[in-house]
Design a protein around this ligand. Structure first.
Ligand code: AMP
Ligand code: GLY
Length: 427
């Protein structure tokens, strides 16, 4: 069996290392991949968004499955293009990936089907948006670009000045191009955030272990928003009672809604949830595995991932029991100093073995290059150092012990990943 994974970050490395554990012993390919991934899969220099290039690569490799991991190729229709050529592909088609590709689509879907989410209005005219903000006069308020914006399309405006500036740069200055021609202005929600990834074949939805991301760059949730500086799983705020409520009020209704709209969703659907005093509400949907959520969720998966991919593709997920290790996982992201704004690449990483690993932990490479038998930094987020253990405290200790053994010039990471989860567990 051969599998081609599209993408080249920590998430894709975690997917590939899970596939490498499969009893089906698949031959693994990745495009574009990275230095760490290249130690586990043959990598090809094709951009994740290059649909014709990726289809040509698939024609050459003839994989049994193509796994499209990142948001952009999914929203651009890579799954449709692969399927048109007869390749069995994991991931939603473009008409379902729109659940992440357009915030307006997802808000309208939730409103139409009564799925709990924050109140909102849609605007394409900055003057009307600003008049609405002034009339509301409640802060913080949330301003979101409709389309994909490299994870930077959400502004939590603390006052009128910030809100007006965000509206003007999105609509008038097209800060994110056509992605910000239309915006959503949304009610600010509070409560613990939970990420729940799920497998779905369009009919059945199987939630994975819950997780908690740490999005801000600095300790104490200070600094800029990033792609994610660390994760833990499971999320202690996500109790069995809340899981049941989410299944009934959010997960199943979403899958059914997509089906009724003629947009059946197949692949991994990510629910970004806020546990508010009025119950769980959807903050966002992602049409793919989260990064770095995948790095803590997949190591806890017991079931063979290849079997799941096959069951999803063949629409018989309901027949496959999926089981999880009763353990905890923690991932600490090591980044280049200056991330997410400006940083240097090409620094020599020390402390890793020839496979880019370290005993006792899993190192998922997010941005590395492997040349002359050395790993070099090649991105903002560089490594996701992940440990699993019976307790969260032990998983965190193991992950940070490993972090302490890895160096490069101007490395940056948070020291407080998982501390809030630990307090919640003990409290
Ligand atoms: P997103 O890019 O949609 O993941 O949003 C980034 C982050 O903004 C989320 O993880 C939340 O922490 C925050 N956020 C998004 N929408 C809201 C909201 N309505 N209320 C409060 N925080 C929000
Ligand atoms: N970690 C959040 C995301 O993948 O969107």
């Amino acid at each position: 069996m051969k599998i081609l994974v599209v993408g080249g970050g920590g998430r894709e490395h975690a997917i590939i290392m899970k596939l490498a554990e499969s009893a089906r012993s698949p031959e693994l390919y990745c495009a574009p991949g990275n230095g760490g991934i290249s130690r586990y899969a043959k990598c090809f220099d094709v951009k994740a968004t290059d649909i014709p290039g990726m289809v040509a690569l698939a024609k050459k490799l003839q994989p049994d499955y193509v796994f499209v991991a990142p948001d952009d190729p999914l929203v651009l229709g890579m799954v449709d293009a692969m399927q048109a050529e007869g390749f069995r592909t994991f991931g939603p088609r473009a008409n379902a990936a729109i659940i992440e590709g357009s915030k307006i689509f997802s808000k309208e879907l939730m409103q139409k089907y009564g799925i709990p989410t924050g109140r909102y209005e849609v605007f394409n005219d900055s003057e009307k948006a600003i008049a609405y903000i002034k009339a509301q006069n409640t802060y913080p308020t949330v301003i979101k670009a409709d389309g994909l914006a490299l994870g930077k399309g959400v502004i939590l405006a603390q006052d009128e000045e910030e809100a007006v500036a965000a509206v003007r740069s999105m609509i008038d200055d097209r800060q994110f191009g056509e992605s910000s021609a239309r915006i959503v202005i949304e009610e600010f929600l509070t409560g613990p955030e939970v990420s729940v990834l799920s497998f779905t074949d369009g009919k059945t939805v199987v939630p994975m272990i819950s997780s908690m991301d740490h999005k801000r760059a600095l300790d104490g949730d200070e600094g800029l928003n990033t792609g994610g500086m660390g994760t833990v799983a499971p999320n202690p705020y996500y109790t069995d009672a809340i899981a049941k409520e989410c299944m009934e009020r959010i997960f199943l209704p979403t899958i059914e809604a997509m089906q009724k709209e003629g947009r059946p969703f197949s692949g991994c659907l990510y629910f970004g949830l806020m546990l508010t005093l009025d119950g769980p509400k959807v903050i966002e949907y992602n049409c793919r595995f989260g990064d770095p959520e995948t790095q803590v969720v997949l190591p806890l998966l017991e079931t063979d991932l290849v079997d799941i991919i096959e069951a999803v593709y063949e629409e018989r997920l309901a027949e496959l029991p999926i089981t999880w290790k009763q353990e905890n996982a923690a991932c600490v992201v090591m980044a280049s100093g200056g991330y997410p704004v400006k940083y240097e690449s090409g620094k020599v990483i020390t402390g890793l073995d020839e496979k880019g690993q370290l005993d006792g932990v899993r190192i998922f490479h997010a941005g590395t290059k492997f040349t002359d038998n050395q790993f070099l930094t090649a991105g903002g987020r560089v490594l996701g150092v992940t440990a699993t253990a019976d307790t969260l405290a032990d998983a965190l200790t193991q992950a940070y012990d490993a972090v302490d053994q890895i160096f490069w010039d101007n490395v940056h990471y948070r020291r407080d990943i998982g501390l809030r989860a630990l307090a919640a567990r003990q409290g």
